[in-house]
Design a protein around this ligand. Structure first.
Ligand SMILES: [Zn+2]
Length: 121
C-alpha cells in the first residue's frame, strides 16, 4: 500500500483521500474534458443552445445562425458524435435536437446561467 499521506496537512485526510481516488480515475476527467471541448467553440455552443429548444434541419439552423449549411454540418458532426445532439431522418429531411440526457440539460442550464438569460422555452 502506497503512502497516502500528503506532504502538507491543510485539509481533512479522509476527504483528501477520497478526492485522490477520484482524481486517479483519469478516464472520467477525460470524458468531462471531451464534453467541454465540444462546447469550446462559440458556434457549437450556439448550435447546441438552439437545439436545446427545438428540433431543426441544417437549412433552418444555417438561416438562424446566418451561416452556410456546410459550416453548420461541420459543427453538427462532432456534437452528434459526442452524444450532445441526436438526429432523426424523416423522408429527405434530417432533424437535429439536443439529446434528452441529464448531461444536455445541465449544459443547457449552464449556458443560460453564464449568459444570464432566461430560457426562452
Ligand atoms: Zn433554454
Amino acid at each position: 500500500m502506497p503512502d497516502r499521506t500528503l506532504p502538507h496537512h491543510h485539509n481533512e485526510e479522509k476527504m483528501m483521500n477520497r478526492m485522490r481516488t477520484e482524481l486517479n480515475k483519469v478516464d472520467n476527467f477525460q470524458a468531462v474534458a471531451e464534453i467541454f471541448k465540444q462546447l469550446g467553440d462559440p458556434t457549437r455552443v450556439r448550435i447546441f443552445w438552439l437545439l436545446c429548444h427545438c428540433e431543426e434541419c441544417v437549412i433552418n439552423i444555417s438561416a438562424m445562425l446566418e451561416m452556410s449549411s456546410p459550416a453548420v454540418s461541420h459543427h453538427l458532426r462532432p456534437l452528434r458524435n459526442s452524444g450532445l445532439v441526436v438526429s432523426r431522418r424523416s423522408g429527405k429531411e434530417v432533424y437535429y435536437r439536443a439529446s434528452d440526457t441529464e448531461q444536455s440539460r445541465l449544459l443547457h442550464q449552464m449556458i443560460e446561467l453564464v449568459m444570464a438569460i432566461t430560457c426562452p422555452n
